[in-house]
Design a protein around this ligand. Structure first.
Ligand SMILES: [Zn+2]
Ligand SMILES: [Zn+2]
Ligand SMILES: [Zn+2]
Length: 453
């Protein structure tokens, strides 16, 4: 069926409002799960039926649940929700004053850190280099072109034969472990900076962080992280560190640990030598300093908001625009290493992670006490929905979660919207909602900025 006809049919259907309600409940997901069945909300104590929901009463006899995919290419709505949660998680731990994290947190020593992968060979970049000579294959050694910002050549190796594909995959495969080693060394360096033993330091300061992974154009991940120092106090969730523990101590310890941490990679099949892995030299370490307002009390929430926004811009989608030649070659090399590996070698796993160019880490991670968990944000949303449902059913007395429980019996009826028209309508609504939310967040960031000014 023609798309226009399909859209018109839905728009004119008598059940349109009801259909739109259902689409709204999925957050206008692009590829929702279709379910049929019913759920009943019961009062916890008496077992009295408070509300009932059945797909049989819905358009097409179906109900929809969002797909929850975090990749923007798969679902713009669900990945946007995930990014929003990540933003709140990062923002709460950097600025406090939200989601149960106290505002005093913003006065703790805090650093914004970017760690990159090392170079595996020159790639085409925006910054133009001076004449670099030619390699053994007759190619220039560094990009000497003048690229437009959207040039698909950006991120492609200058010489494919010089580019260390196996090294790139081996590094990416070990990157989560390199990060873990970095945090261990960081704790030691912190103790050294404080002139204490590791043990004594661990009794007065705790390291908290939130980190986000992002694929660069060349197909290498880099990490953005907020690193914060807390004190140690079992009675308080976010205690301040002792006075002598300052940003400069933290910055020094981070610089040293990031520069010095090394990890010996598993030997790549067919190669004689093991590689020693490190971070790239392009690291960035910036103290987030509390800026005092006129009354001496304002914390720099604006800085935190910008950083949270910047950090969550990080995308799990590989290679944005770009030509796919380089990325395809990276995937092929990852698969080759997996095939050539002994059955006991961890590189066997590369077969499964070739599509991620060897990266098997999580895209956002945090230490336990950095701020709220993404799970608690999702839980709060579920609770909010349950409360609205109970309100509609006139059962407000049971608004506290312990007093109501939901029993569902659902069967899977397929993936995606029933027609291209339904999908087009959901995508359009999703775009409108995202624009609205982004504007609202932008205004919030600006307002915080003005208050601080
Ligand atoms: Zn979705
Ligand atoms: Zn170039
Ligand atoms: Zn070459």
């Amino acid at each position: 069926m023609n798309l226009g006809v399909s859209v018109a049919r839905r728009l004119r259907s008598p059940e349109f409002d009801q259909w739109l309600q259902g689409a709204y409940r999925t957050g206008y997901c692009s590829n929702p799960v279709r379910l049929s069945g019913e759920s009943i909300t019961l009062a916890g104590k008496s077992g009295e039926v408070l509300a009932q929901f059945s797909s049989a009463a819905q358009p097409d006899g179906l109900t929809y649940v969002r797909c929850g995919n975090r990749r923007a290419r798969r679902c713009a709505s669900c990945s946007h929700e995930y990014k929003g949660d990540t933003w709140h998680m990062i923002m709460a731990g950097a600025a406090g004053g939200m989601k149960g994290v106290p505002e005093t947190i913003s006065a703790h020593p805090m650093v914004f850190l970017t760690l990159t992968a090392p170079s595996f060979g020159a790639v085409h970049t925006l910054g133009r280099t001076r004449r670099s000579g030619v390699c053994a294959h007759g190619k220039v050694r560094a990009c000497e072109c003048d690229h437009a910002a959207d040039d698909p050549m950006l991120g492609e190796p200058v010489c494919v034969d010089c580019y260390d594909y196996a090294g790139h995959i081996a590094w990416q495969f070990h990157a989560p472990e390199l990060w873990r080693r970095f945090t261990i060394l960081l704790r030691r360096r912190l103790a050294r900076e404080l002139g204490m033993t590791n043990r004594a330091a661990s009794e007065i300061v705790r390291l908290q962080f939130a980190k986000v992974a992002e694929f660069q154009r060349r197909g290498a991940v880099h990490f953005h992280a907020i690193v914060r120092l807390d004190g140690v106090d079992d009675l308080e969730p976010f205690p301040a560190p002792p006075l002598g523990v300052t940003e400069s101590v933290l910055v020094k310890a981070i610089r040293g640990a990031a520069r010095d941490v090394v990890l010996t990679a598993l030997r790549v099949p067919g190669e004689a030598e093991e590689r020693v892995l490190r971070w790239g030299t392009q690291m960035d370490v910036q103290a987030i300093v509390q800026r005092e307002g006129l009354d001496g009390s304002l914390s720099d929430r604006a800085v935190a908001a910008y950083i949270a926004k910047y950090a969550t811009k990080a995308t799990e989608d590989i290679g944005g625009t770009g030509r796919r030649v380089h990325l395809d070659r990276l995937k092929a090399v990852a698969s080759q290493i997996a095939e050539g590996a002994d059955s006991e070698s961890a590189y066997v796993l590369l077969g499964k992670w070739a599509h991620m160019l060897g990266f098997r880490g999580h895209f956002s991670t945090k230490s336990r006490r950095y701020s709220v968990t993404l799970g608690s944000l999702r839980g709060a949303r579920r609770q909010w929905r349950l409360e609205r449902l109970l309100e509609r059913a006139g059962a407000e007395d049971h608004l506290h979660s312990e007093e109501a429980r939901v029993i569902g019996s659902w069967s899977f009826a397929g993936m995606g919207w029933r027609s291209d028209g339904d999908r087009a309508l959901a995508l359009e609504a999703s775009r409108a909602v995202r624009d609205w939310r982004d504007n609202r967040r932008e205004r919030l960031i600006q307002r915080e900025g003005n208050e601080d000014a």
